[in-house]
Write a protein that binds this ligand. Sequence first.
Ligand code: P6P
Length: 345
Amino acid sequence: MPLLNTSKLITIERHITEEGSLHPESTGEFSRLLRDLTLALRVLARDVRRAGLSDILGMTEATNVHGEVVKRLDQHANDVIFRAMDHGGHLCVMASEESDGLIRIPDEYRNGKYVLVFDPLDGSSNIDVNVSIGTIFSIYKRLDPSLTTPGTLEDCLQPGYEQVAAGYAMYGSSTQLVYTSGNGVDVFTFDPTIGEFLLTFEKIRIPKRGKIYSVNSGNSHKWPKGVREYVTHLLQKAPDGSRPYSLRYVGTMVADIHRTLHYGGIFMYPADTTSPNGKLRLVYELNPMAFIVEQAGGRATTGKQRILDLQPESLHQRAPCYMGSVDDVQELERYLTDYGDEFYG
Ligand code: P6P
């Protein structure tokens, strides 16, 4: 599949403005919110590349020009996003994997009508070996857009189907931004020579079925029996050549989902005997990724229900996840139904 399917020269800002015109009620505030967010992502693209370089050179914990100890990269990413987003007047509250509670908008700034939840640096353990990492984000309207008071926990705990936009940046061989606001999924590639994210792939569609499964097989002894039997099935040779599948697992959700969007197949982080709700966080990992996968024509489930239908109970709650090509995810669901909730001990 080509990684570029358009010759149109369009920046993400122009794309968002044009999409905004599809929503006559939009006031441009949403476009300005996304402009600020893409600034943060450009800064992070630079910093991740620089941090990777320093790690390669084996630099010890450095101090910056102000004598401050250089923070861990994921805390740094959290700070960058906060500093880019706290003062624009678009948000009433934020929440992040890196912050235990709500991130409030400073009193000196106006509270807007949107909510931003994010994982500032997904897969940060991989930076030390220069493997792709990313930033995941999700945007909601606050429950009562007429309010100008600080946002609340309830504003952050909306079901995924209420998202107005979601996306991720992947800092890899190039930096790409994958984004949806409910009108399909588009990919923008960062051109550092002009400092812009340019549209490179329009309206990704996940193949109906793939030949790749993506899971941490090191946990297989702890999986539900249905997942174990499903993977065994994928690895058996089929007369029509449709199996065996290949295993691809980066260990950075952004990278594994990005590949699945393009090539199809299934990404899994099951519940297991030691993690009864799996590992991945519902609010700022699974919901944005599920929105993107569904907008690309795929399917995203906990094995029992649609991820986007879950009512979050807490900011950092986890949920099992199976997402990707419709046929692959539905086949997995049949195995979970046939084998029930039985686990391997
Ligand atoms: P494991 C990265 O730490 C992350 O949160 C996701 O990006 C990734 O899919 C998952 O955890 C990997 O977890 O247990 O396989 O190392």
